[in-house]
Design a protein around this ligand. Structure first.
Ligand SMILES: Cc1cc2nc3c(=O)[nH]c(=O)nc-3n(C[C@H](O)[C@H](O)[C@H](O)COP(=O)(O)OP(=O)(O)OC[C@H]3O[C@@H](n4cnc5c(N)ncnc54)[C@H](O)[C@@H]3O)c2cc1C
Length: 368
């Protein structure tokens, strides 16, 4: 009881401190159509820089080359930090957060973890504050645990593409993905992490067994569904506001040896959404279902988002309508080698008729 209430108290106060520290690094969302370049320096006490410089770190702190960390993928904000921390250890990050807490709120110093900076609204920026380059925290290496419930222990700064490469060596892969894999574990677990497997396994934040977190007070805490669960569920999908993820235990499953990959084009939204709903509710259906909308400005085959190649274009080439909105369902069936008896499984199939649902159900019937 005492421990629980003290934890609750601790959680509340760290939440408060962290919210103040990190919320203040998110720029306002007004004037959404213009670029925000802030050149006016924030009024920092003069000894802040030297106090950061004097920290005993295994990694290092840089006051130069802050240009890249002043922008993100959205390229709408230009907010240079005072410094970038390149941590070599979890303790480096803890030291930095403790130091900032120690300086107090009058220091005006903000802090933000940065993965690959693929956010759009300046979430990983800290104007005149400290950006923590999570990518430099790559050790210890990715550790794979095989067994009944396999998992990978990875750094919060690790890229999903590296996790895929490593887990495949063991015939395993994360259960839930993003489409684009050059994103970091900390970056997507702070959001949700969504791809075509989410309808089956949930987003990436549903596929984490345990986290190691630096709290807003600089404490290092382990949390999971059963241990410090309030912290666990706050950090997952917490937009970087509730703690810094330094390690994560990611759920793995068997990696498919072969796949059947099918794309279906629609010009009618109702048919598209009806088919999508049908497919995600179907038992023993596809393993991956994703839909996207594309404006057919030129030719579908020239559209970078379409992923249709001129070589598999028979159906796709029908859709030449200039400027028309098209809808594409992308579905995949996975196969483990022993189960796969068809020779055409890796062949990509494009269906582009109004009988698409029947075609999909028919194909699924042949495959299962
Ligand atoms: C080309 C592109 C493709 C994308 N594809 C997908 C997709 O298929 N599916 C999908 O779900 N999303 C997708 N996204 C969105 C992407 O998942 C988010 O923008 C994600 O936050 C980016 O990860 P990042 O590693 O670059 O994080 P950053 O942009 O660096 O950080 C994002 C947020 O997370 C916080 N953060 C970063 N690391 C940590 C950490 N270790 N601990 C705590 N907080 C942290 C940051 O402070 C910031 O608030 C895509 C984005 C782009 C630009």
């Amino acid at each position: 009881m005492g421990l629980t209430s003290s934890l609750r108290r601790n959680n509340k106060s760290f939440l408060r401190i962290f919210m103040i520290l990190v919320l203040s690094c998110i720029p306002g969302r007004t004037n959404l159509c213009s670029n925000h370049s802030v050149t006016t320096p924030i009024d920092l006490p003069p000894d802040i820089r030297s106090s950061l410089d004097s920290l005993d770190l295994e990694g290092y702190i840089s006051f130069n080359d802050v240009h890249n960390a002043s922008k993100d993928f959205g390229n709408r904000y230009q907010l240079p930090p005072l410094a970038i921390l390149h941590p070599r250890s979890v303790s480096d990050i803890s030291t930095m957060v403790r130091h900032i807490v120690h300086l107090g709120s009058t220091s005006n110093l903000t802090v933000a973890a940065r993965g690959h900076g693929h956010s759009l609204q300046g979430q990983s920026l800290a104007h005149q504050g400290v950006v923590i380059n999570m990518e430099s925290l790559r050790s210890p290496d990715i550790k794979i645990h095989k067994g009944k419930q396999p998992y990978a222990d990875v750094s919060g700064g690790e890229s999903w593409i590296n996790i895929l490469r490593e887990t495949l060596k063991y015939g395993l892969s994360p259960k839930s993905w993003t489409d684009y894999l050059h994103l970091t574990v900390g970056g997507t677990l702070s959001n949700a992490g969504i791809s075509g497997q989410a309808f089956k396994y949930g987003p990436q934040i549903n596929n984490v067994y345990q986290l190691e977190i630096i709290t807003g007070k600089g404490e290092v805490m382990t949390c999971s569904e059963k241990q410090n669960s309030e912290l666990f569920y706050s950090v997952l999908g917490g937009l970087g506001q509730f703690g810094i993820i330094t390690r994560a235990r990611i759920a793995l499953g068997p990696a498919p040896h072969m796949v059947k990959w099918i794309r279906v084009l629609y010009s009618d939204f109702s048919a598209f959404s009806r088919d999508q709903e049908h497919l995600i509710t179907k038992k023993n259906g596809f393993d991956y279902v994703e839909g996207f909308v594309t404006v057919n400005r030129t030719d579908l085959l020239d559209n970078w988002r379409s992923s249709f190649s001129p070589n598999d274009s028979i159906g796709a080439s029908q859709f030449k309508s200039e400027g028309k909105t098209l809808y594409c369902l992308e579905v995949v069936k996975y196969f483990i080698l022993e189960e796969a008896n068809s020779t055409n499984l890796v062949r990509c199939e494009n269906i582009s008729s109004d009988k698409s649902l029947n075609s999909l159900d028919h194909t699924l019937g042949l495959l299962t």
